[in-house]
Design a protein around this ligand. Structure first.
Ligand code: NAD
Length: 287
């Protein structure tokens, strides 16, 4: 950041509230390490100022932005193009500005798939169970399906997000070769059976973080087999109750969401700069 000069290129984060975000720390550390003349700043942009925010991308010739709530869906009408990741998710977390032409991407699912691949687990041909169909569960299921997942079973409470789970399954069945089914999470027999048949279980509900840090959707260790991959999107705390139970049950591969969070940032970083984010530097910054 000390190298800011007349050529520095601006990248931003537009969301509200946003001051808690780790993205500025992550990206600025990576720019500094690679000696790239970029700066990343967070801007409090609520929906009512989103149109002005998007205009600013073009006016200030920013290279792009990250988008978070409440703007992930609302930004779509202001963009020129959507990548398939954003089109199928109907949400955007990254915008790239190519000389005034704005393209939207969703890198959260790419972050999940990349993190798993780097840990030795390719989603291609696998069967996965996902709990949750919100901001994390949607891109996880959809990107995994785009990348060759064979089957996904989506479990959700019959609350407001159940319709979202059904929408996700419909899109996956219509637009990819993956077979998707939706279940009510209250159907514990179906849930147990699906876990027994799965290669990967991803909990994307946020159960396990505050205020539910002492809760888990699976409390019986006998549900787990040792070769199941268990992934919790929560990264604070670094170990959730679900992860503890899975480890106690002898599951060998149990992960939190930190790697996914870093890899979604790395995917955005690559789109803006063309360079690979130095993951080790970023990990040290946010450890
Ligand atoms: P969201 O509110 O958009 O969706 C939450 C989903 O979980 C919904 O489908 C909801 O129906 C379900 N749910 C909520 N409470 C539940 C409960 N008590 N029991 C069962 N199901 C429940 O939230 P989100 O943005 O998808 O975030 C979910 C979690 O993922 C949070 O912990 C968040 O921190 C984490 N997250 C991690 C990353 C990452 O990069 N690692 C990215 C995004 C979100």
């Amino acid at each position: 950041m000390s190298n800011i000069d007349g050529h520095t290129i601006l990248i931003g984060l537009m969301a509200y509230p946003i001051r808690h975000s780790m993205s500025p720390t992550m990206h600025n550390a990576a720019f500094e390490k690679l000696n790239l003349n970029y700066a990343y700043l967070a801007f409090d942009i609520d929906s009512d100022r989103l149109a002005a925010g998007v205009n600013a991308i073009r006016t200030l010739d920013m290279r792009g932005i990250n988008v978070s709530m409440p703007n992930k869906q609302k930004i779509i009408p202001y963009l020129d193009h959507l990548d398939i990741s954003a089109e199928l998710n109907q949400a955007v977390n990254t915008v790239v500005n190519d000389h005034g032409v704005l393209t939207g991407y969703t890198t959260d699912g790419i972050g999940f798939v990349t993190d798993l691949r780097k840990k030795g687990h390719d989603v291609k041909g696998k069967r996965m169970v996902v709990t949750g169909a919100g901001g994390a569960g949607t891109p996880i299921a959809i990107q995994s399906a785009i990348d060759g997942l064979a089957e996904v079973k989506i479990f959700n409470n019959a609350d407001g997000h159940f319709a979202n789970a059904q929408r996700n399954a419909k899109i996956i069945n219509e637009r990819t070769d993956c077979k998707a089914q939706v279940y009510d999470l209250a159907d514990q027999d179906a849930f147990k059976q699906a876990i027994a048949e799965a290669d990967i279980y991803c909990d994307a509900t946020g159960v396990g973080m505050k205020p539910l840090e002492n809760e888990s959707l699976i409390n019986d260790p006998s549900w787990f087999k040792p070769d199941l991959v268990v992934f919790d999107t929560v990264y604070s705390p670094r170990e959730t109750k679900l992860m503890r139970i899975a480890k106690q049950a002898g599951v060998k591969h149990v992960y939190n969401g930190l790697g996914m969070m870093i890899e979604q940032g790395a995917a955005s970083f690559k789109l803006w700069t063309g360079q690979d984010m130095p993951i080790d530097v970023v990990e040290q910054q946010i450890a």
